[in-house]
Design a protein around this ligand. Structure first.
Ligand code: NOJ
Length: 764
């Protein structure tokens, strides 16, 4: 790196002098060549080291490297209890453990691994999905920020803390596109759109892995679940997926490719079958696409037990066939199914699996162990002092608060009820989530050993701190999250009557969305909306906070609350972040990365649909058109939607030209002016539509966005570049092409709120 940097600095200082130009270029070339040589020498030397270890290994030891066991923490599937774990590790039969945290515990297991014949260090994998000790907003919430820097920082801090706690591998980011909010895992990704999700996938991988693997605060990332897991039929977890290759390549694969481009070290395959072939045994996905076309040189881990689950899928008869199917398809490591450990050596001996396949998988895993520096120091991540320091770093909380504020979506703000004036006298803070602590953490929080949850800022605490002595806070729970008991309504209404304004905090329980948490009913549970109904009788203005992991259906609230903040699950700093937004210390800027349906019957609904032969263009135009007779054609809240306390005016769209060829570009600029009274941020979105294609193209596709800060009254010009890449799509032969013809250009504040439009032409 430093060589290349030196080259660049040199270029900056000396290039203006024409006389020296040739000399300079030569010098830069020499530096860059030597840099490349060093890189390839380093690579060679790791490859050589890997080979030298491989040469020493017995077949059993090789299979051992492909075997991952669960330790004692949270299991997300059947655990194959093995009383011989210690002796298996001592005998080199385990390559990695998952769910083993803390320097003390990881040191214990690594010490045992060091007793094995070849002393190959263990990898410690963990679901560090939205934080380690510091809990960040759930990934779908963070995606609402469209703030790639903040998202990368959140992953960076998670990696810093996790690596200090003995972990060197996270099973994140989950980059599955999800268009069905019934699917519980929708909370774990970045929503419905391949462009936005790819940008976020890239940022997350960079955040987890830092500058390079081997740095003390970098951990391996894992792009999961390969592939198309988010398209489970009916949004039912673990369900089958049936999709065309075009849809796979165009919508579901791009975030995986973006992860690869960011240098992701590992991939995880998925539970689902796709067109009848389980992903775990899917050669097309793993060997042909990932390791073939994309040249991925890291390794693939199965999902929990997914090799063995191919027996249930009905594509293999037993563990022996399951192992054969998975290794042939390119799955390198077996998470918890024991199919490899029980069968792989025999498969090689029977001549069913060439040893070369096993060697390749082992080499991929060893290589990552070398890159992490574990062969130099197996206890590198087991430093108790560092653990203590990083788990108590106050900067982490500040970053968590910042991204939490950026994740809150303002859905409604009647009569500018928000932000509250600092002089407000009495607030009634009502609802089952007001005083909750752990709920704020969301589904995939990590139970870090020895850390209690008292550092989480509850919503009550956050508001108390913000309101200080000037504002009186009243509290009533009102009801529970679910159940039908309304006994608390009377007290809640009485309290509301005494206040100037009511804040009602309702939603799901955090464990209602997540893995294995698909739901057929995504209304706000229990009697919570009835509580709102009761409170509206007071005539007081009501701000509703909706806490959830998925888009919910809440039409009564949407139509009757005065203001709504969709707070998702915001993590450790939830209370402070919410208070910041309520009182205007942060002006909300988030926009939805996923469509909010009007009802479950509208699912799947997403903004980038095809026009169809009979498009419905408005609710008055449903006669024999593609729509439901009993439902609007519009969602409740569209992709890209989100309000601010300010207003932004879009004007003055200028295009550098109206025609381009594939090697050309068009620059488009627009002026955005903050016409409100508050400083704020706006996410300016660029959508395109290819009007006539060899296959149908979506009515609009997000192709770029810019998040800009504007002081009250300030205007700024934003420029986008339209190039061949933005105009390309997969044609019938799955070729990535840009076809000549006319395009619609749309710039807006959401996918429906298009403020400026024009057209341009791509010429032959
Ligand atoms: C199953 C989940 O599908 C996967 O995402 C997770 O990483 C593993 N369990 C390990 O917990």
């Amino acid at each position: 790196m430093s060589f290349q940097r030196k080259g660049l600095i040199f270029a900056k200082i000396y290039l203006p002098g024409m006389k020296n130009a040739i000399l300079n270029i030569l010098f830069i070339l020499v530096l860059n060549i030597s840099f490349l040589q060093i890189l390839s020498a380093q690579k060679r030397s790791i490859d050589q080291k890997v080979d030298s270890v491989l040469n020493l290994m017995t077949l059993d030891e090789k299979v051992g490297q492909l075997n991952q066991y669960n330790d004692d923490w949270t299991a997300t599937g059947p655990v194959t209890i093995d009383s011989n774990k210690v002796s298996q590790i001592e005998n080199g039969k385990v390559g990695s453990l998952l769910n083993c945290m803390g320097t003390e515990r990881t040191r214990k297991w690594q010490t045992i691994a060091m007793k094995s014949r070849l002393k190959i260090p263990l990898l410690f994998g963990q679901d560090v999905i939205h934080g380690y000790k510091t809990t960040f907003p759930i990934p779908l919430a963070e995606a609402c920020s469209w703030d790639l820097e903040a998202i990368e920082l959140s992953a960076r801090i998670s990696a810093t803390e996790a690596s200090a706690g003995g972990i060197n591998w996270t099973f994140a980011p989950m980059v599955d596109i999800a268009r069905d909010p019934r699917w519980g895992r929708v909370m774990e990704g970045a929503g419905e759109d391949p462009y936005l999700a790819s940008k976020i996938a890239y940022a997350r991988v960079k955040g987890f892995q830092g500058d390079k693997l081997g740095d003390i605060n970098s951990i391996m990332a894992c792009a999961k679940h390969f592939a198309a897991y988010g398209a489970a039929i009916g949004g039912r977890d673990y369900n089958s997926v049936d999709m065309s290759n075009r849809l796979l390549w165009e919508i579901y694969l791009p975030p995986f490719k973006a992860s690869l481009d960011a240098g992701v070290a590992t991939f995880m395959n998925s539970f689902n079958d796709i067109n009848g072939i389980p992903s775990t045994g899917n050669k097309y996905l793993q060997r042909d696409i990932l390791k073939g076309i994309w040249k991925f040189d890291g390794f693939i881990v199965s999902d929990w037990g997914s090799i063995g689950e191919m027996i249930n899928h009905g594509t293999v008869k037993n563990g022996y066939e399951a192992a054969l199917s998975a290794i042939t398809a390119g799955c390198d490591m077996d998470m918890e199914s024991r199919s490899y450990t029980n069968n792989l050596a025999q498969l090689v001996k029977d001549g069913k699996v060439p040893v070369g396949l096993v060697n390749d998988a082992v080499k991929r895993i060893l290589k990552k162990k070398f890159e992490l520096g574990l062969f130099d120091d197996p206890f590198k991540y087991c430093n108790t002092d560092r653990e203590h320091k990083e788990l108590n770093n106050p900067d982490h909380a500040n970053a968590a608060r910042d991204v939490a504020r950026k994740s809150i979506v303002l859905l409604k703000n009647q009569n500018h009820l928000l932000p509250f004036s600092k002089n407000i006298k009495t607030i009634a803070f009502i609802g089952p989530l007001v005083k909750e602590v752990n709920q704020n953490k969301g589904f995939w929080d990590v139970s870090v050993p020895g850390v209690d949850s008292s550092y989480i800022v509850s919503q009550w605490e956050g508001l108390q701190k913000k309101a200080g002595n000037k504002t009186k806070l009243l509290y009533a729970k009102g009801c529970s999250i679910d159940g039908d008991n309304k006994d608390g309504f009377v007290e809640a209404v009485n309290i509301a009557k005494q206040a100037d304004v009511v804040i009602l905090s309702i939603g799901e329980r955090r464990d209602m969305t997540g893995e294995a948490k698909s739901r057929s009913n995504i209304n706000i549970p229990g009697v919570q909306e009835d509580l709102l109904k009761a409170l509206t009788t007071t005539g007081k203005p009501i701000v509703v906070l909706i806490n959830a992991g998925r888009p919910m259906v809440f039409n009564y609230t949407a139509d009757n609350a005065s203001a709504i903040l969709y707070t998702w699950w915001l993590g450790s700093e939830a209370g402070d972040a919410i208070a910041d937004v309520l009182f205007g210390d942060y002006n909300p800027s988030a926009k939805l990365p996923i469509t909010f349906p009007l009802s479950v019957g509208q699912i799947p609904i997403y903004y980038s649909h095809f026009n169809t032969g009979r498009p419905a263009v408005s609710d008055d135009n449903r006669f024999y058109n593609s729509s439901y007779n009993d439902l609007s054609i519009y969602p409740k809240y569209e992709f890209g939607y989100g309000l601010s306390y300010s207003t932004f005016v879009y004007s003055n769209m200028l295009m550098s030209k109206k025609k381009m060829n594939v090697n050309d570009q068009i620059e488009v600029s627009v002026t955005i002016t903050n016409t409100g009274q508050y400083d704020g941020e706006e996410i300016v979105q660029l959508y395109l539509r290819d009007l006539v294609g060899s296959i149908a193209r979506p009515v609009e596709e997000l192709k770029d966005f810019k998040k800009i800060k504007l002081q009250a009254g300030q205007g700024k010009t934003v420029t986008f570049v339209i190039d061949r890449e933005k105009l390309s799509f997969y044609n019938q032969k799955l070729q990535w092409v840009a076809e000549p013809g006319e395009f619609d250009l749309m710039i807006g504040a959401s996918s429906r709120d298009i403020r400026l439009r024009d057209t341009f032409e791509l010429t032959e």
